[in-house]
Design a protein around this ligand. Structure first.
Ligand SMILES: Cc1ncc(COP(=O)(O)O)c(C=O)c1O
Length: 368
């Protein structure tokens, strides 16, 4: 129980694991620079905590989606180079530029807007190579690159880099994206700009595709010790999971055969048994889709989820000897016997990224 009387809901954040994951990925990628991607509150782990640990582990850049996230890093006193790549075309980019935040430019209009509202800002040009999300379209590259070169000569922007993002679809499609990216770099040089930073790979390609490395890799999920691949096997890659989600048993109840459990009684006890209540639910990011499938660790033993996961709580079936207050590990490092975030992803038919990123604000992050 917390001081205010709320149940314990804690995400322990292993900062030594962040440092170790960064060191490993940096040596695997072999690039001069490594960007730690800490957007979305550090994939749910706590942005500032992860940023600091990643920098200690050897990251040289930080990456976020929104300029507001970059400014939050600055307010927390993080002075390392930061790139924000998801921009609003109508924004005033003055505050970001004043805070020395690099802006990832995806349209000609953004380029103009930055030159107008944030003279002298550092930009990195984001090019579309096969994901069909943001990024300058290939037919606009030459004109946008020439315009960027003009603006740079006039001292209105500084072009520090060029980037794109892979779809991780197949070997062939990723290879095609790599050659499109190499073409974009050539055309930028033809326009008179030598981009110091050239980056394409996120975790999957940083591990698996040497040709994607260029001068920097952008590491998100690997930082957090989870696998970018469908098998969810972080251990095969040498990564260490960073988040352990813990709670405590809030109630224990013996039920007779036939007792229905949770909304809709989607599970009924086939025989007399003992149930324990775990006080985290879908408001805390526990996926309801894992109802009747997931398991947790209660007092060191696996206990299956019975019935539907609700907003604040779910029910597990336990053996004898479980008492109110006993520790529950919802997920963590499977080396400890706990389920992993990847297990929960399988049970909920999603990816480990979503499991950790959706952990909600009622869960206290406890860096260790
Ligand atoms: C542009 C960009 N780069 C890098 C990453 C990090 O990807 P990953 O978490 O797979 O390493 C992301 C994450 O979504 C991204 O949007």
């Amino acid at each position: 129980m917390t001081a205010e009387g709320a149940p314990d809901r804690v995400a322990r954040i292993d900062t030594a694991a962040v440092r170790a994951n960064v060191r490993l990925l940096r040596s695997l990628a072999g690039t001069p620079e490594l960007m730690a991607v800490v957007k979305a509150d550090g994939y749910g782990h706590g942005m500032v905590t992860v940023a600091r640990a990643a920098l200690e582990g050897g990251a040289t850049w930080l990456g976020v989606a929104d300029p507001a996230e970059a400014l939050a890093l600055r307010r927390a006193g993080v002075a390392a180079p930061v790139l924000a790549w998801l921009l609003d075309e109508d924004a005033d980019f003055g505050p970001a530029a004043a805070a020395d935040v690099d802006l990832g430019v995806s349209t000609a209009a953004q380029l103009e807007r930055i030159a107008a509202t944030a003279p002298g800002a550092a930009v990195q040009l984001k090019v579309e190579t096969g994901l069909s999300r943001n990024g300058l379209a290939p037919e606009d590259w030459d004109s946008a690159f020439r315009r960027a070169a003009d603006l740079e000569r006039e001292g209105r922007i500084r072009v520090r880099g060029i980037l794109s993002h892979l779809a991780n679809t197949s070997d062939d499609e990723d290879a095609a994206a790599e050659s499109r990216f190499a073409d974009a770099v050539r055309r930028l040089r033809d326009a008179g700009i030598e981009p110091r930073l050239r980056h394409l790979a996120s975790t999957a390609a940083a591990i698996g595709r040497e040709q994607s490395a260029f001068t920097m890799v952008r590491i998100g999920i690997g930082l957090y010790g989870l696998s970018p691949y469908d098998d969810g096997d972080h251990a095969r890659l040498g990564l260490t999971p960073v988040m352990t989600l813990e709670s405590r048993v809030a109630a224990v109840r013996a039920v007779p055969a036939g007792a229905g459990v949770s909304y809709g009684s989607t599970w009924r006890a086939p025989a007399p048994t003992t149930l324990a209540l775990v006080p985290v639910g879908y408001a805390d990011g526990i996926p309801r889709a894992a109802s009747n499938r997931a398991e947790v660790l209660v007092g060191g033993r696996r206990a299956p989820v019975r019935g539907r996961i609700a907003m604040d709580q779910f029910v597990v079936e336990v053996g004898d000897g479980v008492a109110v207050g006993d520790p529950v590990v919802v997920f963590g490092d499977p080396a400890t016997g706990a389920p992993s975030a990847a297990d929960w992803a399988r049970w909920a038919d999603t990816i480990g990224y979503e499991i950790v990123t959706r952990i909600g604000p009622r869960v206290a992050r406890r860096p260790e």
